[in-house]
Design a protein around this ligand. Structure first.
Ligand code: AGP
Length: 606
């Protein structure tokens, strides 16, 4: 999704804007641009180009003594990847950047006669034209008049020609955070990785509030003009978390960060060897009277939810439904006031999940968010929130967020099992003791890199690949397939191992890679039979299991062993292998796993 950054203060803006945009590259984009008050006068200069931030930097002046500007990385929604469509957009006295979608931009063009002002294909330029048309010399009044005319999501940073040194911002749904320090000035961005080097204190720009930033101060007012005091938050991770720290890519760094991410996430939530969310402000009565659960999420977060579903349903007999957020919104929800709705989201800003949450809240007061970004929209709009403490996840391909989401689902499931009397404290104490072993389980798997690297040759040339398993391994295979697809562009499909022979096995041909996960004891022999079925038809089988050694060549071509841990915890080991297979296949194909084509880190458009 688009990245926004703005600065006005006591330093040259261009360097801060370009560095901020570089930090936002992980969000996914295809063009970039900046605008600044030239020589701090009332002329606004712009530089923008299709391509990367480094291409933008190449067309910027070495020196430009402007201390106020805005910058943007564009993930194309309306109009192709062209210089003209890149942001910022200028119409008359107004220059702005935007993250979101103005759904009624066509109507606005005809209703306000804006066509003559337009040179691009974007909804954003229409917004600039409308602000310009409404502009009466007073930016605040102009914004108050114009913003209610927009339908859709937006995060605008706006500069008005006659107001040098000032940046105005207003948002609806699309994320924007800001900060002010006496030493430096005022910062604004889509997420705080863009300016965390300058301030670890920040605030979420409230929706439909106007932020005015100058080098000396910031003013926040609602649309009625009432001044509002920003609610400051403090960054709970180190700046280095937003850097690669010697790893080749954020993704491999974050794979290695998983043990500590789990420690930070479950630590403080196990008291007396039992799950306990009191420190999160979520008491046991929030878990009382839950008859069924609906988990809502997208992508990897949804697949973590699928693991949670199988765990909770099989262990505690509580009915669990997993809904694709973008589908849930248009289905007839079968949730009641006895349904707990769990929304899982790393970013906390995925619009499909946020809108699904808003719908669910019409039916139940038991909405629980599992979110990694403090103060994000989904966190703020849920009845309760349990933050994962994975630290910022920069790579587009989610890894550590998945592991901590699964761990959180296990904790929540155990709490629900205890509160509903479906399990005993003794059983849960034993499970909590095992859950504490997960960081070491993952750590033991990180050495698999040397073996997985050898697999790359068989993967990089593949057009198709299958991930198969049963029970928890089937749910895990969905995440494995997604990882491979999104960073290596190989068509991969997850399949219930027992279902393959009902049609899809027709796709198995000589050399087709099949990653088979067989860690669940009660179905192990069944999965081995299913593997023989694909092996007999020429598949190249990579088997992930607890076996010490597999000598039978009719079962697999490569065997990757995971520790002999209890079945529920095996997913934490197997997923590391899936992450590594995807990562090394991607780099084996000469791709950049951190910035896969077409993808964005947080999907804030529908
Ligand atoms: C996962 O690797 C992808 N980046 C994507 O599927 C992601 O999990 C999905 O968009 C949900 O994002 P969220 O967790 O921030 O809501």
């Amino acid at each position: 999704m688009c990245g926004i950054v703005g600065f006005t203060g006591k330093h040259e803006a261009q360097d801060i804007l370009l560095a901020g945009l570089a930090r936002l590259e992980y969000r996914g984009y295809d063009s970039a641009g900046i605008a600044f008050f030239k020589d701090n006068g009332d002329h606004i200069s712009m530089r923008k180009t299709a391509g990367k931030v480094k291409d933008l930097a190449a067309i910027c002046d070495e020196e430009n003594n402007s201390t106020c500007g805005i910058g943007h990385t564009r993930w194309a929604t309306h109009g192709g990847v062209t210089n003209a469509n890149a942001h910022p957009h200028r119409v008359g006295s107004v220059v702005l950047i935007h993250n979101g979608i103005i759904e009624n931009y066509h109507e606005l063009v005809s209703e306000y006669g804006l066509q003559k002002d337009l040179v691009s294909e974007t909804d954003t330029e229409v917004a600039a034209a409308l602000f310009n048309k409404m502009y009466n010399g007073d930016p605040i009044e102009t914004i108050k008049k114009t913003v209610p005319l927009f339908v859709g999501s937006f995060a605008f940073c706006i500069m008005f020609k006659s107001h040098p040194g000032e940046i105005y911002a207003v948002r609806n749904v699309s994320p924007m955070v800001a900060a002010f320090t006496e030493k430096d000035g005022a910062f604004i961005a889509s997420d705080l990785t863009a300016f965390v080097d300058y301030s670890k204190d920040y605030f979420i720009v409230p929706e439909y509030h106007i932020l005015r930033m100058t080098q000396d101060r910031i003013e926040l007012t609602d649309l009625e003009g009432k001044e509002v005091k920003p609610e400051y938050l403090k960054v709970d991770w180190d700046v280095s978390a937003a850097e690669k720290e010697g790893y080749d890519h954020f993704m491999i760094k974050e794979i290695h960060e998983q043990p500590n991410a789990i420690i930070r996430t479950i630590g403080g939530r196990i008291h007396g060897d039992l799950p306990d969310f009191k420190d999160d402000g979520v008491s046991d009565d929030f878990f009382e009277g839950v008859r069924d659960i609906t988990i809502i999420a997208c992508g990897t977060a949804m697949y973590a939810g699928m693991v949670g579903r199988t765990f909770i349903q099989n262990k505690f007999g509580i009915p669990v439904n997993v809904a694709i957020a973008s589908e849930f919104r248009y289905e007839r929800p079968v949730i009641t006031d006895e349904t707990m709705v769990i929304v899982i989201s790393q970013s906390g800003e995925t619009i499909d999940s946020l809108e699904a949450l808003r719908l669910a809240r019409k039916y139940t007061k038991k909405t629980l968010a599992i979110v990694n970004v403090k103060g994000s929209s989904i966190a703020r709009e849920s009845d309760a929130v349990l933050y994962t403490h994975a630290g910022p996840e920069i790579a587009v391909a989610s890894t550590k967020a998945y592991s901590v989401q699964v761990a959180m689902m296990y904790l929540i499931g155990c709490k629900l099992g205890l509160v509903s009397g479906r399990t005993t404290e003794a059983e849960m104490k034993e499970f909590m003791a095992d859950l504490k072993k997960v960081p070491d389980i993952i750590k033991s798997m990180l050495t698999i890199e040397s073996k997985v690297d050898k697999l790359t040759s068989r993967m990089t040339n593949a057009e198709h690949a299958f991930y198969i398993g049963r029970e928890l391994d089937y749910t895990l295979s969905m995440e494995g397939a997604l990882k491979l697809k999104e960073i290596s562009y190989i068509h991969a499909e997850a399949y219930a191992a027992g279902e393959l022979k009902h049609g899809t096995i027709a796709l198995i041909d000589e050399g087709v890679p099949v990653i088979a996960i067989a860690s669940q004891s009660d179905v192990y022999s069944k999965v081995i039979s299913n593997i023989r079925e694909v092996k007999a038809r020429g598949a190249y089988v990579i088997l992930i299991s607890k076996d010490a050694k597999i000598t039978d060549e009719s079962v697999c071509d490569v065997h990757l062993q995971i520790p002999k841990v209890r079945d529920e915890l095996a997913v934490f080991a197997s997923v590391v292998i899936c992450q590594m297979i995807a990562y090394y296949t991607s780099i084996g194909k000469g791709l950049n796993p951190d910035q896969p084509r077409n993808l964005a880190k947080s999907v804030t458009v529908e």
